[in-house]
Design a binder for this molecule. Structure first.
Ligand SMILES: NC(=O)C1=CN([C@@H]2O[C@H](COP(=O)(O)OP(=O)(O)OC[C@H]3O[C@@H](n4cnc5c(N)ncnc54)[C@H](OP(=O)(O)O)[C@@H]3O)[C@@H](O)[C@H]2O)C=CC1
Ligand SMILES: O=C(CO)COP(=O)(O)O
Ligand SMILES: [Zn+2]
Length: 353
């Protein structure tokens, strides 16, 4: 008897383009959301977008509450929940980079309220995903949540953000190649749940981005358009899979460990890009696609070495040899690399000298 079933939850409205920031109020109206919102933001996105959007709401007779978070932590989620309850809000709006959107996503899930995702940087593929990624002591949790009811991505704001945020988003997408390799390996060796559709969407998204790399240039609003569409497509792949597997493999474990060993040194997307060069080598050896991944990253100005990440070589080795412990996710790293093997792959791929 066939007993399989699945729920795939996706945003209802996706609004992308120049100046759409001013349409957040209309999107709320279209979704029939009533009452006050709580804006969840972080310092720079507050200035760039949350305060102007709050002014739009006030002009429409709605008084938003605002909470500014500094880090993506479970304490921050707790604080947002407390503010939401104290202010009597009825939905949340995450305005910012990955950290603000993840915290809004997790708090709204706990509160059983809807949320809107308003990215201010094309820096990560959590914009529409149904997961939140939060460090917790020695681990990093990929927490199940709901995707946003709507996404409002203003390409004007995204194009004005520092260029490295956009190159980080590109690298987060390029890392899908190795995330899918890890997923297939885990399916073959550990029989983990696998979706051919989600894997194909994730790989195709990376391919389209790489094929359009010449459109991705600083100061070009079209770049924000191309990258944001790819980030959304990758987020949809995660929602279809019901897991971050299509977009997060060993290269993400490496990045999550760097976040612990060298906090704030480099952007998430840049770290996963460098991780992807090395894990591609581990999967396919010297003649595999690691050079193509490195060249694609270099072509859009993303880092390809430890030095470009601003991280010293020894920290890279420590991250490579310990990151398999971050979470129970089977990848090419298996039960861990020893130091010699880690030094070998990092040197052969030019990540360290
Ligand atoms: N849930 C999911 O599926 C996914 C989650 N993630 C998570 O997302 C996070 C990474 O996202 P990322 O966006 O890099 O991290 P942040 O949210 O920390 O943003 C990176 C930096 O960009 C700044 N910033 C954001 N928007 C602007 C702007 N318009 N102009 C100037 N500066 C701006 C932020 O400023 P400030 O410091 O003032 O906030 C911050 O310093 C990680 O925690 C990662 O785990 C990543 C991929 C998928
Ligand atoms: O960053 C992600 C996908 O790009 C997802 O993060 P996790 O590794 O925490 O699942
Ligand atoms: Zn990522």
């Amino acid at each position: 008897m066939f007993e399989k079933s699945t729920w795939i939850r996706l945003p209802r409205n996706v609004v992308v383009g120049h100046g759409v920031r001013s349409e957040v109020v209309d999107v709320v109206d279209d979704l029939h959301l009533q009452g006050r919102p709580l804006f969840v933001t972080s310092p720079t996105p507050r200035e760039v977008a949350a305060d102007p959007i709050a002014a739009d709401f006030e002009a429409a007779g709605i008084e938003p509450a605002i909470v500014t978070i500094e880090k993506a932590t479970f304490d921050a989620v707790e604080r947002v929940i407390e503010v939401a309850e104290a202010e009597g809000v009825s939905y949340l709006v995450g305005i910012g980079g990955g950290k603000a959107i993840d915290i809004a996503k997790l708090a709204s899930h706990h509160l059983e309220m809807g949320f809107l995702s308003v990215p201010t940087a094309a820096s990560h593929d959590g914009i529409v995903s149904n997961r939140g990624s939060v460090p917790d002591g020695d681990s990093r949790h990929s927490v199940a949540a709901e995707p946003p009811l709507a996404v409002v991505a203003d390409t004007g704001i995204l194009a004005e953000a520092p260029w490295e945020l956009t190159t980080a988003g590109c690298a987060d997408i390029i890392s899908n190649y190795t995330a899918v390799m890890d997923w297939r390996l885990a399916q073959r060796l550990q029989d983990v749940e696998y979706s051919e559709y989600a894997a194909a969407l994730s790989e195709m998204t990376a391919e389209i981005l790489v094929d359009n790399a010449d459109l991705i240039r600083p100061g070009l609003e079209e770049s924000a358009w191309v990258v944001t569409k790819a980030l959304m497509s990758s987020g949809v792949a995660m929602s279809i899979a019901g897991s971050s597997r299509p977009a997060s493999g060993a290269e993400h474990l490496f990045s999550h460990q760097l976040d612990r060993l060298a906090p704030g040194a480099a952007l998430h997307g840049h770290q996963v890009g460098v991780g992807s060069i090395m894990t591609a080598y581990l999967h396919q050896g010297a003649d595999g696609i690691w050079r193509a991944i490195r060249d694609a990253l270099a072509s859009i100005d993303a880092p390809t070495t430890a030095a470009e990440l601003g991280i010293d070589d020894e920290t890279v080795i420590e991250a490579l040899t310990t990151c398999h412990e971050i979470r129970d996710r089977y990848t090419i790293l298996g039960s861990g690399m020893n130091e010699r093997a880690a030094r070998d792959v990092a040197t052969k791929t030019g990540v360290i000298d």
